[in-house]
Design a protein around this ligand. Structure first.
Ligand code: AN7
Length: 417
């Protein structure tokens, strides 16, 4: 396990491993930094089953502390076998878009149905290491579902704050079933995050939103798996939805670390997609600004990314700019169309926010910003079943008919079968 410390990306201040700290005293975001000469790079590329803990040589736990198979430490990771998600080669979709090589990394096939599990297995394990006895988050849904499940496995209480009436049904169902204390506030996600940050400091509850740098360490394993599934090759571009902007920052960091270790020569162009009604990162990129202007009233059908003031904006802007990527916004109609294409051309069922990645790719191809011969990976972040209500609004309802073969036959013929 590597030597590491936590460092402010703005002022460079360093924090100790046992500090419970989420942002720097100067207000800057924190990065986990490794002493790369102490990293066992061979263990990263060695074969074996994929998944977050395969890459523990690049996870923030001291040598000898983890109690995994064959390791004799004191801390058993809180895990539900997260990661190891498929990287689908999408030939029908590629053909339709005139592309050479298009892949979808389907993070909706994580244990709780979203990529958040990668962050939570590391984050909740870190909570136990830091001797924190309670965890909390604000959420547009998936973070709360994931945290609820990892807290249940860890046997510690979990508090979640949700924007009332704006969280997809499947996500609320998970949070309440797995025993989280769920509070719905009369406000949006950004309000919920502001409140939970304040209360976590005051009540010494461990905060597991993506402002917590350890959570992003788990999420960066998406990059490791993409590279490994491509045969230790970097795609030209990774396209993904952006909400609170943690995931794009995490995946970029993962690719940078592989380059640092000499495993990859290049990092992909990080390409962030937001919904038109919640696009502060897109605007900052397009206008070349160093800071975002928060959107006070974010709105989109993609409720997961209905976020107006992304806390990780500085990291996301850095990821997009340093990698030569871009940001683009898509409408709700474009999101639904892309959701159907993934579902019907490739058999990949995703929630609306995830479809924003494909919708954005299509737009960037049309604009000529993305070249058709690029190797592109779209990350689909959450499963279709998370948001059944959005599906029922987007699709024709089942046709109802009496239980009679003739009646059904007529109907099928009318449908051209
Ligand atoms: C399916 O659950 O913010 O840019 O509170 O659920 O890292 O925030 C969810 C975010 C994309 C955006 N796709 O990721 C939450 C929450 C899905 C998501 C995002 C989310 P970030």
């Amino acid at each position: 396990m590597p030597e590491y410390h936590v460092e402010c990306m703005r002022c460079g201040a360093r924090y100790e491993r046992d500090d419970v700290v989420y942002t720097c005293e100067c207000g800057g975001l924190l990065d986990v930094k490794y002493e790369y000469s102490t990293v066992d790079a061979a263990s990263i590329t060695r074969g074996g089953e994929l998944g977050v803990w395969k890459y523990r040589a690049l996870l923030p736990f001291e040598d000898g502390i983890l109690k995994l198979k064959g390791e004799g430490g004191t801390l058993a990771p809180v895990t539900t076998r997260e990661g190891n998600t498929p990287l689908y080669k999408c030939e029908r979709l590629a053909e339709k878009l005139g592309m050479r090589e298009l892949y979808v990394k389907h993070e909706g096939l994580n244990p709780t149905g979203s990529f958040k599990d990668r962050g939570m297995t590391v984050g909740v394990t870190k909570a136990l290491e830091l001797k924190m006895t309670r965890v909390a988050c604000a959420s547009t849904g998936n973070t709360s579902a994931s945290l609820a499940i990892y807290a249940a496995r860890a046997g510690i209480p979990c508090f979640v704050l949700l924007p009332k009436g704006k969280v997809a049904l499947g996500k609320v169902a998970q949070a309440v079933m797995h025993g989280a204390r769920v509070v719905a506030i009369d406000g949006n996600f950004d309000d919920a995050l502001r409140i939970v940050r304040e209360l976590c400091e005051e009540l010494r509850i461990y905060l597991l939103n993506s402002v917590n740098p350890y959570r992003l360490e788990g999420q960066k394993t998406i990059a490791f798996e993409i590279a490994e599934q491509l045969g230790w090759r970097a795609p030209d571009r990774v396209v993904l939805p952006v909400g609170n902007a943690g995931n794009i920052s995490a995946i970029y960091k993962g690719f940078c670390e592989l380059r640092e270790l000499g495993i990859l020569g290049e990092v992909p162009k990080m390409t962030g997609i937001q919904a038109d009604g919640a696009r502060p990162i897109v605007d900052a990129i397009k206008e070349g600004r160093a800071e975002i202007t928060p959107e006070p009233q974010p709105e989109t059908i993609a409720s997961a990314i209905r976020i107006g003031n992304p806390v990780n904006a500085p990291k996301a802007l850095r990821a997009i700019r340093e990698s030569g990527g871009v940001a683009e916004a898509v409408t709700d109609a474009e999101i639904i169309e892309a959701q159907k294409e993934l579902a019907r051309l490739e058999g990949i069922g995703v929630e609306p926010a995830s479809a924003a990645s494909l919708a954005g790719l299509k737009k960037l191809l049309e604009l000529g910003v993305v070249e058709k011969d690029e190797t592109v990976v779209c990350v689909t972040t959450g499963h279709l079943l998370k948001d059944p209500e959005a599906v029922l609004k987007a699709c024709e309802p089942p046709v109802e008919v009496e239980a009679d073969a003739d009646a059904v036959r007529k109907l099928l013929i009318a449908h051209g079968l």
